[in-house]
Design a binder for this molecule. Structure first.
Ligand SMILES: [Zn+2]
Length: 280
């Protein structure tokens, strides 16, 4: 496999910045919106506008998310996350930028992670700005909804689940426990919302200092992640992409490997660590 050879030598050269997406977490049981085939998602994610302006949409989000949280909170990092952490500890990967909100890079031991779209295990108040833990909110939602038991059909990557309207109607969301009345929102960047400028600037700075950019498990459909690939390509920084299926960044990539990340990354880490020649 020529592409695997090229990928290995790129990573062995060090100075790698990783950009990871949902495809890295599917093997931890967190489904990708788009799936390996890149087909359109079955589920429309919550937009910031609907969340803040429509009380029913907000109730629906919290009811679904309250159920989905158990799955997200219980997810464990997989071999792909651990391989990335290993490459960081080996000094080959400098920074991980992730589009994922599941916290699994940190759980796998990655020391330096920029969580581009925030994290689901923190909750922010849109009025007073206080951050609280999702566990604390989960406890409060359980207390406010002692009778709420629903069957979960499917869980989405943002911790949202599919739920019938009559079950949504019975759910009681809670307001901020600190200021008392503020609207609570998971501390993640919703669709239709912009990533904080300072965070984006940190990502661009990391990419511009990189010797290579390694994209893992992202179809690069949204500009939020794709812009880093475009910037790297413009600066002549090699881009490698490991993903199941084509991505919107393939035209900028010097190496593309179409394979499951849980298989490719441990092999890559092992080969880089031992300097062993590739067996094909
Ligand atoms: Zn508040």
């Amino acid at each position: 496999m020529e592409s695997f050879d090229a990928l290995t030598s790129l990573v062995a050269g060090g100075g790698v910045v990783v950009l990871s997406g949902a495809g890295l977490s599917t093997e931890s049981g967190i489904p990708d919106y788009r799936g390996p085939s890149g087909v359109a998602r079955r589920h429309t994610p919550m937009t910031f506008q609907a969340f803040t302006r429509d009380p029913l949409a907000r109730r629906r989000y919290w009811a679904r998310s309250h159920l989905g949280w158990r799955l997200i909170a219980g997810a464990a990092p997989n071999a792909g996350h651990r391989a990335v952490a290993g490459l960081q500890h080996a000094g080959l990967v400098d920074t991980v930028i992730t589009q994922n909100v599941d916290g699994l890079h940190g759980a796998a031991g990655s020391p330096s992670v920029i969580e581009l779209h925030g994290r689901l295990d923190e909750v922010t108040c849109l009025d007073c700005g206080n951050l609280t833990s999702r566990e604390e909110l989960h406890r409060r939602l359980r207390e406010a909804n002692p009778e709420f038991v629903a069957r979960v059909a499917a869980v989405n990557p943002d911790g949202d689940v599919d739920l019938p309207d009559e079950q949504v109607a019975a759910f009681r969301p809670v307001d901020c426990g600190i200021c008392g009345t503020g609207m609570l929102k998971p501390d993640v960047v919703f669709f239709g919302e912009t990533v904080p400028a300072q965070r984006v600037a940190r990502c661009f700075a990391a990419v511009e200092q990189a010797r290579s950019l390694l994209v893992l498990g992202s179809s690069l459909t949204v500009m939020s992640g794709r812009r880093f690939v475009i910037r790297a390509a413009k600066r002549g920084i090699p881009v490698a992409i490991v993903n199941q299926g084509p991505t919107r960044g393939d035209g900028h990539a010097t190496v593309c490997v179409d394979a499951p990340l849980g298989v490719v990354l441990p092999q890559l880490a092992a080969r880089v660590a031992t300097g062993a020649p590739l067996k094909v």
